[in-house]
Design a protein around this ligand. Structure first.
Ligand code: IVH
Length: 683
C-alpha cells in the first residue's frame, strides 16, 4: 500500500473504531460483533506498525497498553482536587441547605448524584486529545497515570464536537462488580490473594507499572465535575450535558432537586436501588447547580461549600461471638478475629469479623458469648462495632488477649504508644519471613517481578527460601516441577500451580537482573524497620557502603540529615544480629550491590536546575534512563510543558499535542543526541 493510502486507511480505521468503542463502552449499545471489532483493530495495528509515522495519539490501538513505567511522575493539579465533607444524617443535609440559602438566597437548585466508590481522576485534553490523567494524590499533586488510563475504554482518547483547546474534567475510576468478581476468582485460582473490595482492586490496577496488564482489568469511569467553569455554561447540570456530548460517560442517575424533601427522596430511592447497580456506591453527592452560586459560596481549605456527600450507613446485623482467633500479619502485628454464629449480612453469610486490636476489645467491652453488632464497611471482612449488653448472660466471659504468637509461640510485645501487639521474632516467624521475602522482591525494592506472593509461598513451603539471601542460591533444577494444589472453593475443582521451564527461567533471570539494583534500594529491600526508601537513600549517600552503616555508632547515625533516634536505634538493632550480618555477607558474595557506584554518589550540576519534559520513544536510552541522567546532572523532570519548561526532549512517535504546546511556549525541542551532548563533557 502506498503511503497516502495507508494514511487515509489509518484515519478511517481510527475513527471507525473510536465510534464502536463509544457505542460499546459509553452507550452500552454495540453495533458490531467483538470479532469484527478485533479484525478491524488488527488491521489498524498492522498498518501502524508498517507506517509508524501515522500512528495517532488517539488511536484505539494504544488502549492495549503502552510502555511500562517504573515510577509515576508527580504532577501538580491545575485546580486542587478537593474532597467533599461527609454527612450521615438528614439533619446535616438540612443544615447544609440552610448554610447555602444564607449565601445564595432562596432561589437555589441542587443536583443529586451517586457517590461512586473508586478513585478520583483528573483528565486533561489538549486540542481534544487525551494528554494527561492524574490521580488525586494529596489533592495538590498526584501521579501521572496516563498510559494506564488510556486503556480504559469508556474514556475518550479524542473528544467529539466542540471543546476548549485545553480542557480538564474530573471523575471516578471504578471496577464494575462483575469484572471484580471474575478477577478475584481468577486470582484465587492461581493462589494469589483476592482484593478486599472493588475500590482496592481499581486502585491496585491503576498503579500497575505495565499498561498491557492494566488493559486486562475491566476498569470503567464516570465523569462528574468540570472545574473552573471551562465550558462557560450556567449550571453544573449543563456542564455534564456538554461533557456527555464530547463523548464522556456521564451517569444518567442524576436528579435536579428544588428542596431537601426531593433530596431525601433521591437518597431513599438509591439506598435501595444501589443493590441493583453493577458497581459500588457509598453515598449520594449533593451539589448546588448554579455555577454563579457555586462561585458565591466558594471553598474552605479542604472542601467546596457548595457540595456535600451523604454516606450510606453500613449494614448491620446482630449475632453471638463464639471465640477469638489471632492472626499474625506480614509485619508481625497480631490481629484478633472473632468467630461468630453465622448471620446474614448484606446478602452474604458472615462467620468471622475483625476486632482490630486489644484497645478495640477493651473499649467496646466485648466478651466471649456476647451478642454483638456486626457491620460491613468497605472491606470484605466485616467488623464488630458494639455489644448488645441487654442480652449479656452468665455465659459471658472477658477476653484475655493472647500472650504468645499463634504461629511461632514467641511472647508478644506491645509498645505504650501503639495499639497493636507484635510478635518480635521477625526472622523466624513464618508470616513475617514471607513478608520480608515479599518486600525484598517488590517493585520499589529489588523489583524481581517474575516472583510474587504465591510463588514465594511455594518456595518457602519447600524450604528453598528462608531469608532474602536465599534468592541468590536458587538453582533451576530445584525449582523445576514444584507443584502446589489449591483446593477449589464453593464446589469448584482443585487447581494446581506448577513451575514449568519458562517460569523457572524467568525467575532466575529476574533474580540475576536484581544484581544491578543500586545500593540504596538494596538497603531498602532488607526491610529494616523504619528504613523506607527515602531513609535508605539518605543512609546510602552518607555512608556510601554497607560496612560503614554496619559500623556506624548511634551518634554517627543521628548526625545524618533526617535520621532520628527511632531510626538510628532500629538500624543499630538490626545490624547487631549475627544472622543479619550473615545475610549481608551472602548477598555480597552473590554480587548484589552493597556500595554506591563510583558515579552514583557524585552528581554534577551542569544542567543547572533546567526542567525537562521527555516524550516519545528513544533509540539509545530508555525514557527512564534519560530521566535518571537529567537528575544526575542537576536537571528536573516534569511531565507537562509550560512556559517554565527548559527543553522538550523528543523521541519517535511523540504526540503532536506536545510539539504544538512546546512551540506555543517557545520551548526548545531537542533530540536524544542533543541532550547527550549537553552532558557529554562529564558523561
Ligand atoms: S464531586 C470539588 N461527584 O468523592 C468536588 N465526587 O470526597 C469534586 N466522588 O474525591 C468531587 N462520586 O473521588 C463528586 N458524583 C461525584 C462523586 C465524587 C464519587 C468522590 C471523589 C471525591 C470524593 C469526595
Amino acid at each position: 500500500m502506498i503511503r497516502e493510502e495507508a494514511k487515509i486507511k489509518i484515519d478511517e480505521l481510527v475513527e471507525l473504531l473510536q465510534k464502536h468503542n463509544y457505542n460499546y463502552y459509553v452507550l452500552s449499545n454495540p453495533t458490531i460483533s467483538d470479532y469484527d471489532f478485533d479484525i478491524l483493530l488488527k488491521e489498524l495495528e498492522q498498518l501502524e506498525s508498517q507506517f509508524p509515522e501515522f500512528l495517532r495519539p488517539d488511536s484505539p490501538s494504544l488502549r492495549v497498553g503502552g510502555e511500562p513505567s517504573k515510577n509515576f511522575e508527580t504532577v501538580v493539579h491545575k485546580y486542587p482536587m478537593l474532597s467533599l465533607s461527609n454527612t450521615y444524617s438528614e439533619e446535616e443535609i438540612t443544615d447544609f441547605d440552610t448554610r447555602v440559602r444564607k449565601v445564595t438566597g432562596d432561589d437555589v437548585e441542587y443536583v443529586c448524584e451517586l457517590k461512586y466508590d473508586g478513585l478520583s481522576i483528573g483528565l486533561t485534553y489538549i486540542n481534544g486529545i487525551l494528554e494527561q490523567a492524574v490521580t488525586r494524590g494529596d489533592g495538590v499533586q498526584g501521579d501521572d497515570v496516563t498510559n494506564n488510563v488510556r486503556t480504559i475504554k469508556s474514556i475518550p482518547l479524542k473528544l467529539h464536537g466542540d471543546f476548549p483547546n485545553e480542557f480538564e474534567i474530573r471523575g471516578e475510576i471504578f471496577l464494575p462488580l462483575d469484572g471484580f468478581n471474575k478477577m478475584n476468582n481468577a486470582r484465587e485460582e492461581i493462589g494469589e490473594q483476592a482484593f478486599a473490595n472493588p475500590r482496592n482492586a481499581a486502585s491496585g490496577s491503576l498503579k500497575m507499572q505495565d499498561p498491557t496488564e492494566v488493559a486486562q482489568r475491566p476498569l470503567d469511569c464516570f465523569l462528574y465535575y468540570v472545574p473552573g467553569n471551562q465550558l462557560d455554561v450556567p449550571t453544573h447540570y449543563d456542564s455534564l450535558l456538554e461533557s456527555k456530548k464530547m463523548g464522556f460517560k456521564v451517569s444518567k442517575n442524576i436528579a435536579v432537586c428544588r428542596n431537601t424533601n426531593e433530596i431525601f427522596e433521591f437518597i431513599n430511592d438509591w439506598s435501595y436501588g444501589r443493590k441493583q447497580l453493577n458497581y459500588e456506591i457509598d453515598g449520594i453527592v449533593i451539589k448546588v447547580n448554579s455555577l454563579a452560586q457555586q462561585k458565591q459560596l466558594g471553598f474552605t481549605a479542604k472542601n467546596p461549600r457548595w457540595a456535600i456527600s451523604y454516606k450510606f450507613k453500613a449494614e448491620r446485623a446482630e449475632t453471638k461471638l463464639l471465640s477469638i482467633d489471632y492472626q499474625v500479619g506480614r509485619t508481625g502485628a497480631v490481629t484478633p478475629v472473632a468467630n461468630l454464629k453465622p448471620v446474614l449480612l448484606a446478602g452474604t453469610t458472615v462467620k468471622r469479623a475483625s476486632l482490630h486490636n486489644s484497645d478495640v476489645i477493651k473499649n467496646l467491652d466485648v466478651r466471649i458469648n456476647d451478642s454483638v453488632y456486626v457491620e460491613k464497611g468497605g472491606e470484605i471482612i466485616p467488623k464488630i462495632v458494639g455489644v448488645n449488653t441487654k442480652l449479656r448472660s452468665l455465659e459471658s466471659r472477658p477476653v484475655i488477649f493472647t500472650s504468645h504468637c499463634p504461629e511461632c509461640g514467641t511472647s508478644l510485645t506491645k509498645k505504650e504508644d501503639e495499639a497493636a501487639h507484635y510478635c518480635p521474632n521477625e526472622d523466624h516467624c513464618p508470616p513475617q519471613i514471607k513478608g520480608k521475602l515479599e518486600h525484598f522482591i517488590s517493585r520499589k525494592a529489588m523489583n524481581i517481578d517474575s516472583l510474587g506472593e504465591g510463588k514465594i509461598e511455594m518456595l518457602y513451603d519447600n524450604n528453598l527460601l528462608v531469608d532474602v539471601a536465599d534468592f541468590y542460591q536458587l538453582v533451576p533444577e530445584e525449582l523445576l516441577g514444584l507443584e502446589k494444589i489449591i483446593p477449589g472453593k464453593n464446589g469448584k475443582k482443585d487447581s494446581r500451580i506448577s513451575f514449568q521451564a519458562k517460569t523457572v527461567s524467568n525467575i532466575i533471570i529476574g533474580i540475576e537482573k536484581s544484581k544491578d539494583i543500586p545500593f540504596e534500594r538494596v538497603l531498602f529491600s532488607l526491610g529494616i524497620r523504619y528504613v523506607g526508601a527515602t531513609v535508605a537513600k539518605k543512609l546510602a549517600s552518607h555512608f556510601k557502603n554497607i560496612e560503614a552503616i554496619e559500623k556506624a555508632t548511634f551518634e554517627e547515625l543521628i548526625e545524618v540529615d533526617e535520621i532520628g533516634i527511632r531510626i538510628a536505634e532500629s538500624v543499630i538493632n538490626w545490624f547487631s544480629k549475627p544472622e543479619h550480618i550473615s545475610i549481608i555477607r551472602k548477598l555480597g558474595e552473590a554480587g548484589v550491590k552493597l556500595e554506591l557506584e563510583e558515579s552514583e554518589g557524585e552528581s554534577s550540576n551542569i544542567l543547572n536546575g533546567s526542567s525537562f519534559v521527555v516524550s516519545g520513544v528513544f533509540e539509545k536510552h530508555s525514557r527512564d534512563e534519560i530521566k535518571t541522567l537529567i537528575e544526575k546532572f542537576g536537571g528536573k523532570n516534569t511531565s507537562s510543558i509550560s512556559s517554565k519548561t527548559g527543553y522538550l526532549i523528543a523521541g519517535n512517535n511523540m504526540g503532536p499535542a506536545k510539539r504544538k504546546k512546546a512551540e506555543k511556549f517557545g520551548v526548545p525541542i531537542i533530540s536524544e543526541d542533543d541532550f547527550v551532548s549537553m552532558i557529554e563533557p562529564i558523561a
